[in-house]
Design a protein around this ligand. Sequence first.
Ligand SMILES: [Zn+2]
Length: 119
Amino acid sequence: MEANKKVPYNFFEETCQKILFEHLDAIGVAYKVLDCGCSLLCGVSAQGDPLGVLLHVSGQPLKKCKRTPICLKCKLDNGLKRVVWEGIYWPGDEREHPDKELRLMIGRKVFGAGYFEPD
Ligand SMILES: [Zn+2]
């Protein structure tokens, strides 16, 4: 069922849900996955504008009630030069996602003209 998901772990999805919950006008969550397993996440509006702050989360699962520690590599360079994958997380199942045209429009606004959706 989950075969199409590009996301590497459940914690990632949990964090996306949290962002969507905190920003009710967020239509999706833009993310960059780093080579160390950490990721950067930010809510995006239907106009492709960022909402709220850029969250930096570790690839390690969260321990209850503890803030996510980011890895040492990221503490040193904040990871922006080590992006291995970027995209947008759309909540719900595929029928609930925005049309492909709108998804691409938002993606290009967030990541630049080179944004595309792999199938
Ligand atoms: Zn890291």
